[in-house]
Design a protein around this ligand. Structure first.
Ligand code: SAT
Ligand code: MN
Length: 592
């Protein structure tokens, strides 16, 4: 706990806000978190004693726990996630909007007495490396010990943030209460003008750990627009080639639960002896134009909140050891015999399990044992294949950016934009199938520009314009690519093996960056000449490769027509630069 002296040293605006929240929410106790190990132990003991979480097998999963959320509270709820501004136009046609004053009143009514009988935790946190001009601070007030222990892994929490609070002019205020978990009154409200967040009646990570999507993307995207940088839903990967004596930094946007974490932790196939891949971040990148006109990136987070379901020896072997200590598992299954967590993809299922709801489960059951959006929360620091750059206050210099999404047809395995500006179009026109990361139906194709549909805190038309404005200041633009690992054949099987084999595609991109290989031109961009794809050791037929790069003119015209309908929604907010790029591509496809 922070002592009185430390609390008194904090900005007076913060002290009075905490006091206001205390008066309105009426907790039994106020507890200022310092982020220490002892404090964390107290909180985990408390959670265990309340029967809310299960301590896992200490020998196999040291200091690790299983938490089950309420059944109706397992994913982000996009229809209850609101951007609250004066005018609807500021939020734009893709966000749910509520007038600021109305939302304020509604939320304060819901928060009235919400913390009665509970402890109110005040959590100072830092997003980004220490002593970095790019980092931001925030303070989350929450009555959930589960949220606090997650924040301790995902952010730099407590004392470090207290120091930065004294240095930074502005900070985000985030207020959360578990409330009664009722769906009718669940709201995650964003007040970008005030750098303020209010979330109630939910405890699921993406809705309640407000440092993550609500701060690091929705509020940060608004700040980024004002200050001339970009807050993106992107991983950040370091690839080193020892022979070329060079490091490449790759950031990439893929929608939630589409393998972004796996790609950020990719393990090059065994034939790629000169290559090493290391993770800087797996979910969020903040990008800045550096002094030399280069594009730099930092990972604002300090841990991973990855999807457990499907994570295993074939999809992400690198993470498995890291999950064996100091990890929180949410909504995975439990082996009652060994007290170990289990989820689909990890191993053969044991004879008897308790599923994510706690009900008995046996192999062959129709329902999954772990929830499809089950998650692990684990510290970056203990991940063996991390890049030391994750704590570099200056960030890294980007070599390339990739966009993509889950598409079972049409979109090639990889293609390259002809310019950075066309790259912005590739990002903006991304359409992807929905996943279990958001409530609602899965597998529906929807526009998800830059994978930011659910995370852009303002009008996406203005967001596209902002990308073009930032582009004007970049002197050495990274190359931009689009990828699609998810094409399926007529039988419904994936055409490309994916996972670590995706490194072959990254290698081609790196060769393009280094000017080592030429490419073939299509109206939508450049694709590899098959001979330049390193496929040594991979058993893949010629027809499959052909299929992966087949250009279906009719399909593309239909795709672009649908993109156009989406773009038109933004009306006058849509920048001319993007329409120009779009029209150029449309014409090229028509004339092909
Ligand atoms: O639930 S989170 O928003 O934190 C993760 C995700 O959906 O990308
Ligand atoms: Mn994400």
């Amino acid at each position: 706990m922070l002592d009185n002296k430390q609390v008194e040293s904090l900005p007076s605006s913060l002290i009075s806000w905490v006091e206001e929240v205390r008066k309105r929410t009426k907790p039994d106790k106020v507890y200022w978190c310092d982020g220490s190990g002892e404090e964390n132990k107290e909180l985990t003991n408390l959670l265990t004693s309340e029967g809310k979480w299960i301590k896992l097998n200490e020998r196999k999963y040291k200091n690790s726990y299983l938490y089950r959320t309420q059944k109706n509270d397992v994913a982000r709820v996009e229809d209850r996630t609101l951007i609250c501004t004066d005018s609807e136009e500021e939020a734009g046609p893709t966000n749910r909007w509520m007038k600021k004053e109305k939302a304020f009143k509604m939320m304060w009514d819901l928060f009235n007495g919400a913390m009665k009988g509970r402890t109110m935790y005040v959590v100072p946190y830092l997003m980004g490396p220490e002593n970095s001009d790019f980092s931001q601070v925030g303070v989350e007030i929450t009555d959930s010990a589960y949220v606090v222990v997650n924040m301790r892994i995902l952010t730099r929490m407590g004392n470090v943030a207290v120091n930065e609070l004294k240095r930074k002019k502005k900070y985000v205020r985030a207020l959360h209460s578990t409330g009664d978990l009722s769906l009718e009154n669940r709201y995650i409200c964003h007040f970008p003008d005030e750098w303020l967040l209010m979330s109630i009646n939910t405890e699921y990570g993406g809705n309640a750990v407000l440092s993550k999507k609500p701060h690091a993307l929705r509020i940060a995207s608004v700040a980024a627009r004002e200050e001339g940088w970009l807050a993106e839903h992107m991983f950040l990967l370091e690839v080193e080639n020892k022979k070329r004596n060079k490091k490449y930094y790759i950031s990439g946007a893929l929608p939630s639960a589409s393998g972004k974490t796996n790609l950020a932790m990719i393990n090059p196939p065994s034939d790629f002896k000169d290559f090493y891949a290391r993770t800087v971040g797996d979910d969020i990148s903040w990008l800045f134009v550096g002094k030399e006109g280069e594009l730099r990136g930092i990972n604002p987070e300090n841990g991973f909140f990855g999807v457990a379901y499907g994570t295993g020896p074939s999809s992400n072997p690198n993470i498995l050891d890291s999950l064996k200590k100091n990890t929180i598992f949410t909504n995975v299954a439990l082996n009652p015999k060994t007290n170990e967590p289990w989820w689909e993809g990890l191993s053969e299922p044991p004879e008897t399990l308790y599923d994510w709801t706690g009900a008995e489960w046996h192999p062959g059951s129709e329902r999954s044992a772990a929830h499809k959006n089950s998650r692990f929360t684990t510290p970056l620091k203990q991940y063996p294949f991390k890049s030391q750059a994750y704590k570099d206050p200056k960030g890294v210099n980007l070599s390339l950016i990739l966009f993509g999404g889950r598409r079972s047809s049409l979109i090639p395995l990889v293609y390259e934009a002809k310019s950075f500006e066309q790259g912005i179009l590739l990002g903006a026109m991304t359409r992807a199938e929905t996943t279990a990361a958001q409530s609602g139906s899965t597998g529906v194709v929807r526009s998800d520009p830059m994978s930011m549909l659910a995370f852009c805190g303002y009008n996406m038309g203005d967001y596209f314009k902002h990308w073009f404005d930032v582009a004007k200041r970049i002197k050495t633009p990274p190359k931009v690519f689009n990828v699609n690992w998810f094409r399926k054949d007529e039988k419904g099987n994936y055409t490309w093996p994916g996972f670590s084999e995706n490194f072959r595609v990254l290698k081609w991109m790196i060769d393009r960056v280094d000017g080592k290989v030429n490419a073939l031109e299509l109206p939508i961009g450049f694709i590899p000449d098959i001979k330049d794809l390193d496929l040594k050791g991979l058993n893949i037929g010629k027809d499959k490769l052909k299929e992966l790069f087949y250009f279906d003119k009719k399909g593309w015209l239909k795709e672009l027509d649908e993109v156009k309908v989406f773009f038109k929604k933004f009306e006058k907010h849509m920048p001319d630069e993007l329409w120009n790029e779009f029209n150029k591509m449309y014409k090229n496809v028509q004339e092909y």
